[in-house]
Design a protein around this ligand. Structure first.
Ligand SMILES: *Cc1c(COP(=O)(O)O)cnc(C)c1O
Length: 493
């Protein structure tokens, strides 16, 4: 504790250390430990479940008195660090989880040290974020005069973009009036493979879950354009107001990419807002051999993506872009006397980010993006993304070449869904066997894929946004799945 006597004889304290030297030493130790931890990540199990005695440590009473920072760090080392989520490991492929980088980690420390509130006042964080957004538009081929902001992730980006879509398409001042009972009800459209954050957004916007039409997909899990057109026409005939189509640039189940260019054309003809959820897939635009997959994305009225997934940045950082900056601003600029912008000085805001999204106080997410893009350069990111796509194709080819394995969906991007299979085994048994294989992989810490259900079949699901993965990791995975499956069937027969 840092005590000082003021002239009134009262002690005043701060939260700064009394001994700056020992804080500096502790910081050095942390950096040493963590860089080493990242360097050796491959040598440890992917995931370790926190044992009950460790879990119990997190029901400790509220600390009332101080203890040395070194002790607190020791607690971190014994209670937190040994039980990783696993997503930084080369054999973690569950859900769509990013890996982060060493410089990204250090950048987060710097951001917390400077600790700006990046709501958009006249300070350097505003410029860093503006720069990062401009780079991001350039990377994605999105119009440079579009508005945008960094957000917590693609869920928030979808909400921000779809709220603008709602306000722009309602035909009355829905932001002010709320949903008018007598007005035609708005309808939003996307495929059944849409991410559930879209559902949450539509619900939060007060439109009701049923306002989101889930359109069937084709055999490649892409939205069925004919079914979409039919539903829009039917809705119009029934007095609904079709407002917005959500296109998937990389679905979470299989990595399917809707026909983005055709959706853009359809929306233009039907005068609908076109939103693209490109949480991870949008960045396929960086890979010269794959960018054609997301062609048309640049035509969207709004675009949501994530940089903590396929841009390998530490959590959290997502991006929301809106083509019509005015419509974007109109949706989120709510006057507040305490927030008045000034001609000069601190409150002269070059870019008031708080007027473009939900958050007022905002962290310095932009710093890690700025530093990472400078560290590697965009071409390296393009190569990494292509590497992940090629690795997924390699895994798919191994599966094709292995009689005991079966692909359960096309793997057009970086997601591979497959299962262990044997002739003459009932579907129910296969589902159970594959479920057990998944648990075995996870609980032994060998690898962490996740799962999904495709046409009633339990699928092992590998999503590769991992810059540490090597092809040999997939060869090992295939071997382990076959070995485990064979063992299980030998046991049960
Ligand atoms: C991950 C994901 C989201 C949600 O993004 P968060 O960063 O987790 O909020 C939305 N859409 C798709 C397709 C995703 O993969």
């Amino acid at each position: 504790m840092h005590l000082e006597e003021n002239p009134q004889g009262k002690t005043e304290e701060s939260l700064d250390p009394q001994d700056w030297e020992s804080m500096k030493n502790l910081g050095h130790r942390m950096v040493e430990d963590m860089v080493e931890y990242l360097r050796t990540v491959r040598e440890r199990p992917v995931w370790i479940e926190p044992p009950p005695e460790v879990q119990r440590q997190f029901q400790a009473p509220l600390p009332t008195s101080p203890q040395p920072p070194q002790n607190v760090y020791d607690d971190f080392r014994t209670l937190v660090l040994p039980y990783p989520t696993g997503n930084i490991h080369p054999r973690f492929w569950g859900w769509v989880k990013g890996t982060g980088t060493p410089l990204g980690m250090l950048a987060e420390m710097l951001a917390a040290g400077v600790n700006p509130n990046a709501w958009g006042a006249n300070h350097i964080a505003t410029h860093v974020e503006t720069q990062v957004l401009a780079w991001c538009k350039e990377m994605l081929g999105y119009p440079l005069d579009a508005s945008g902001l960094l957000v917590s992730g693609c869920s928030m980006a979808n909400l921000v973009c779809l709220a603008v879509a709602r306000n722009a398409k309602a035909g009355y001042d829905i932001a002010n009036d709320g949903v008018r009972p007598e007005a035609a009800r708005l309808a939003f459209y996307g495929s059944v493979e849409m991410h559930n954050s879209i559902q949450k957004a539509v619900e939060l916007m007060g439109l009701g879950r049923s306002a989101l039409r889930k359109i069937a997909v084709d055999a490649d899990y892409r939205i069925d354009l004919h079914a979409l057109r039919t539903r829009i026409a039917q809705d119009r005939a029934e007095g609904f107001l079709p407002a917005c189509v959500i296109g998937n640039a990389g679905t979470v189940n299989t990595g399917a990419i809707d026909d983005i260019a055709s959706l853009a054309e359809l929306c233009k003809k039907e005068e609908l807002w076109f939103h693209v959820d490109g949480a991870f897939g949008a960045f396929a635009a960086l890979a010269p051999e794959s960018k054609h997959l997301v062609r048309g994305m640049e035509l969207a009225d709004s675009l949501a993506t994530d940089m903590h997934k396929w841009m390998y940045m530490p959590y959290e950082v997502g991006v929301a872009f809106v083509r019509n900056a005015e419509a974007h601003h109109a949706s989120f600029s709510v006057p507040g006397a305490y927030l008045t912008r000034a001609e000069r000085g601190f409150s002269h805001s070059p870019m008031p980010f708080n007027e473009y999204g939900v958050q007022l106080s905002r962290g310095f997410r932009a710093l890690k993006v700025w530093m990472s893009l400078k560290e590697h350069g965009v071409e390296k990111y393009g190569r990494m993304i292509q590497q992940n796509i090629d690795q997924a194709a390699y895994l798919a080819s191994l599966i094709d070449a292995t009689p005991e394995l079966e692909l359960l969906a096309p793997a057009p991007l970086n997601i591979v869904c497959f299962r262990y299979v044997r002739a003459g085994i009932p579907e129910e048994t296969l589902n159970a066997v594959n479920q057990t294989i998944l648990l075995h992989l996870q609980e032994t810490g060998f690898a962490v894929p996740s799962s999904t259900i495709l046409n009633g079949r339990f699928a092992l699901r590998v999503a590769n946004v991992n810059h540490r993965t090597r092809r040999e990791d997939f060869a090992l995975l295939v071997e382990e799945v076959v070995r485990t499956g064979n063992g299980l069937l030998a046991l049960s027969s």
